[in-house]
Design a protein around this ligand. Structure first.
Ligand SMILES: *[C@@H]1O[C@H](CO)[C@@H](O)[C@H](O)[C@H]1NC(C)=O
Ligand SMILES: *[C@@H]1O[C@H](CO)[C@@H](O)[C@H](O)[C@H]1NC(C)=O
Length: 315
C-alpha cells in the first residue's frame, strides 16, 4: 500500500460512516456505535461477529434499554416467522438480513423510526465463546413538520390575505390564531427567502398567542407565511399568489437608446445616418416584439392569479 493510500484510507472510512449516519463514539474504548436518523426514516443497527463466521445457525438477541425484546434469532427461527416474545413497540417494524448472516452480519433494520425508539440497544451472542455483546446507541431526531392535531397548542394553519394592493405594491397580512408556545412567524417568497416585514403584533389570551404579521411586496410571486414552534418541532404555512403588473417596454428598452443611435449617426455623415435609421428600425421592431411577449405573459399571469386561492401543505 502506498503512502498516499495509507493516508487517505481513514478519510474514506470516515466518509462512509458519516453517510450512513453511523459513527463510532469511541473507537478505542467502549466501542459504542451511535446511529442517528431522522424521525420517520429507517435505521440500520449494525452488528457483526468479529470473526465473520457464519451466523445462520447461531443464536443472537437484540434488546433495548436492557430489557425490551427487539429481535431474537435462533438457528432460523425468529420473531418474524412465529416466535413469540417481541415487544409490542417493535411489532412488524424489525427485519434482519438473511443473506448477510453467512458473513456473520446480524444487523437489523427498524422501519419508520419514532422518537421513542431512541435508546441503547445490545446485540448479544450469548452462546458464543467468548460471548460477544455489541452496544448501539440510536438517536432519532425530530424534524420540523405539521403536528397540528397531534400536539395541543400546535399552531393551526395561518390565514393569509392581501389587505391592500396598488399598481406596484401589495400589503399582505398573516394571522396566526391561538398557538402555544409562542410561534415565530416569517414571510417567504417562492424561493424560500425571508422577506423584510413589520414587527409582528402579538397578543396573549388564556395562555395562547395570537399574531398579526404584515409585509409589503413588489413582485408577482407566491408568498408564504410560515409559523414555527421550535420547542415542539411544529411548522405550518399558508400561501397566497400575488400578481403585480410589470412595467412595459419603456423601462427595459428606453427611447434614449434609439435617440442616441440616431444622433451618433448624424455626426458620422449621411451614410451613417442611413445605417442608424436601419438600426433604429431594427431596435423598434425588437422592442415591440419584446413588449408584445411581455403583454402576453402578463395576461397569462392575470388568468393564473384569478384561479389561485390559498394553498397549504406540510413543509
Ligand atoms: C450488514 O448488512 C447490512 C444490510 O445489508 C449492511 O448495511 C451492512 O453494511 C453490513 N455490515 C457489514 C459489516 O458488512
Ligand atoms: C391602500 O394603499 C394606498 C396607498 O398606500 C392608500 O392610499 C389607500 O388608502 C389604501 N387603501 C386601503 C383600503 O387601506
Amino acid at each position: 500500500m502506498s503512502w498516499t493510500t495509507m493516508k487517505l484510507l481513514p478519510l474514506v472510512c470516515l466518509c462512509l460512516l458519516t453517510r450512513s449516519g453511523t459513527t463510532f463514539a469511541d473507537e478505542h474504548g467502549s466501542g459504542v456505535v451511535r446511529v442517528v436518523v431522522k424521525e420517520g426514516s429507517d435505521a440500520i443497527l449494525p452488528c457483526s461477529l468479529s470473526t465473520k463466521e457464519n451466523a445462520e445457525s447461531k443464536l443472537f438477541d437484540w434488546k433495548k434499554d436492557g430489557g425490551k425484546e427487539v429481535f431474537f434469532y435462533v438457528g432460523g427461527f425468529h420473531y418474524n416467522n412465529g416466535r413469540p416474545g417481541q415487544d409490542q413497540q417493535f411489532k412488524g417494524r424489525i427485519s434482519h438480513f438473511q443473506d448477510e448472516l453467512k458473513y456473520g452480519n446480524a444487523s437489523i433494520i427498524i422501519r419508520k423510526t419514532k422518537v421513542t425508539d431512541s435508546g441503547d440497544y445490545t446485540c448479544d451472542f450469548p452462546l458464543l465463546q467468548p460471548r460477544q455483546i455489541l452496544k448501539i446507541q440510536l438517536v432519532v431526531e425530530l424534524t420540523f413538520r405539521d403536528r397540528s392535531g397531534e400536539i395541543t397548542g400546535a399552531s393551526p394553519e395561518p390565514s393569509v390575505k392581501i389587505l391592500n394592493q396598488t399598481q406596484d405594491v401589495a400589503l399582505l397580512q398573516c394571522d396566526v390564531q391561538g398557538a402555544s408556545p409562542k410561534p415565530t412567524v416569517e414571510w417567504q417568497d417562492s424561493a424560500g427567502n425571508k422577506l423584510p416585514a413589520e414587527e409582528p403584533q402579538v397578543s396573549e389570551r388564556g395562555g395562547s398567542f395570537y399574531i398579526i404579521f404584515q409585509t409589503t411586496v413588489k413582485k408577482t410571486d407566491n408568498y408564504r407565511c410560515v409559523a414555527t414552534q421550535e420547542e415542539i418541532k411544529h411548522q405550518i404555512y399558508a400561501e397566497t399568489y400575488v400578481f403585480i403588473s410589470e412595467k412595459l417596454f419603456e423601462d427595459t428598452c428606453s427611447r434614449g437608446d434609439v435617440t442616441g443611435w440616431f444622433f451618433s449617426g448624424f455626426s458620422l455623415g449621411a451614410l451613417a445616418v442611413l445605417a442608424s435609421l436601419v438600426a433604429t428600425k431594427f431596435i423598434t421592431v425588437r422592442c415591440n416584439k419584446g413588449a408584445a411577449v411581455k403583454r402576453q405573459r402578463n395576461r397569462r399571469e392575470t388568468e393564473r392569479s384569478n384561479g389561485t386561492s390559498v394553498l397549504h401543505q406540510t413543509v
